[in-house]
Design a protein. Sequence first.
Length: 218
Amino acid sequence: MSTSSPPSAPHPARLGLFGGTFDPWHLGHELVLQRVQACALVDEILVVPAGRPPHKPVPTTPFAQRLAMVQAALAGRPQLQVLDIEDRLPPPSYTLHTVRLLRERCAPGTLVLILGADSFLDLHRWYGAAELLTLVELLVLSRPPWSEADLAQQERRLREITPPGEKMPPLHCVAGLLCALSSSEVRRRLAAGDDPAGLVPPAVAAYIQRHRLYGMPR
């Protein structure tokens, strides 16, 4: 079931947090969810479309439409919740601010931040990274070209910035192939007239066609 508000008690003990611009939600995102659910490290996944990311261009599509596409894609799947929390917080949309609010709403549950290897390797540069490490566990989806040595080096770097008296959060690495598809590539291919069937879920394709997004004809 999808929802537009953070979960409240009773709630699962372990909540995965999967954020992104999702402009649009595509099959690569679906594969991430499948991988995370298969490893059985979380009871439920909170999917959080980004409001106004601080280090990325302004999303092509308004928040309300990006949210609607994710809700359409994930409808009827009870272990997934879609949250509009970042549209409610003042911009820019820092992960730390989102996590702080979710921790308040979900305590005493555990938040598990879901990251690709590229984001994990840049985590020490994130706003409030040291505090963030005290609030979440980390689940990293690794794939080539990043190696175990790359991840281990970053783990050491994060341990160095972990605040005194705090422990480095548990780090869960899940290896395997991921879809190389990106939202920018999906937008480009849809504008070029490619069949959406191999790019986005059917419900998302229908929404894009209905609203004539990304230059796609009806």
